[in-house]
Design a protein around this ligand. Structure first.
Ligand code: 6GU
Length: 236
């Protein structure tokens, strides 16, 4: 997959995506990450990329023209253009799975108070990574590119690592343990040591439901609760 980031701060995106699994994916050619900097598309002496907002207000707004030229440098016929903004649609695993199918993603990272609104119609999708405000779109681009890259076939060596995981099945994942079997007096749950596949599966399902109910009751209700709800409906 090819990904380009339109950003005033390419290092903020490049550096975090140079380590670990994504770094390896780039070395192995699964991900080709490029950058286009609006500052390189200015023609005044100060290389100005922002200006005061019309109508007044605090902060500065990114000007349309340098952003537009930076976008045109990387945009091709099949590109999907994504604008990162706290006003966007909330990013989640379902969106990551959709984006992972694309050939070329372009992320526009806003900074300062935002970007000139006339750039917005050039985006196919506006994305936010959550209900809080960042100083710019760059950390959000890192989050989205990371989540998408690990879904590219071949990036994770064990492909079922993305099948059973948290969010894909509507539940949080059960806890994991590794050696030693006893650590500072704490035992690994017996079920996991049993070698009994059915017992392990049942244990993981129960822990996943319990954890989801405790930390994320907003996610799909656990099977047990669904069963209860069905039973209740039949009876009342
Ligand atoms: Cl994509 N950008 C900014 N500036 N803040 C955010 C965000 C994006 N998503 C959540 N907060």
């Amino acid at each position: 997959m090819r990904v380009d980031a339109v950003t005033l701060f390419p290092e903020m995106v490049d550096r975090p995506l140079s380590e670990s699994i994504v770094g390896r994916a780039r070395e192995e050619g699964y991900l080709k990450l490029g950058f286009s900097n609006p500052r390189d598309f200015t023609d005044d002496r100060h290389r100005t990329v922002d200006d005061k907002p019309y109508g007044g207000g605090t902060g500065m707004v990114m000007m349309a023209e340098p952003l537009y030229k930076a976008l045109l440098k990387v945009r091709k016929k099949g590109s999907t253009v994504i604008l990162l903004t706290p006003k966007g649609r909330r990013f989640d695993q379902a969106v990551a799975l959709e984006l992972a199918k694309k050939k070329h993603l372009i992320f526009i990272c806003g900074h300062y108070e935002g970007i000139d609104e006339r750039i917005t119609p050039l985006a196919d999708l506006e994305l936010s990574i959550g209900d809080y405000v960042l100083t710019g779109g760059e950390p959000a681009a890192v989050v989205v590119i990371d989540a998408v890259t690990r879904l590219i076939p071949g990036v994770l060596k064990k492909s079922d690592a993305t099948v059973n995981e948290t969010f894909t099945g509507g539940l949080l994942e059960a806890p994991h343990y590794t050696r030693p079997g006893v650590w500072r007096g704490k035992q690994v749950p017996q079920a996991l040591l049993s070698g009994n596949h059915k017992l392990i599966q049942d244990w993981r399902r129960e822990r996943a439901e319990e954890l989801t109910g405790r930390n994320r009751p907003d996610l799909a209700p656990p099977a047990a609760a669904k069963k209860k709800a069905r039973a209740k409906k039949i009876l009342s």
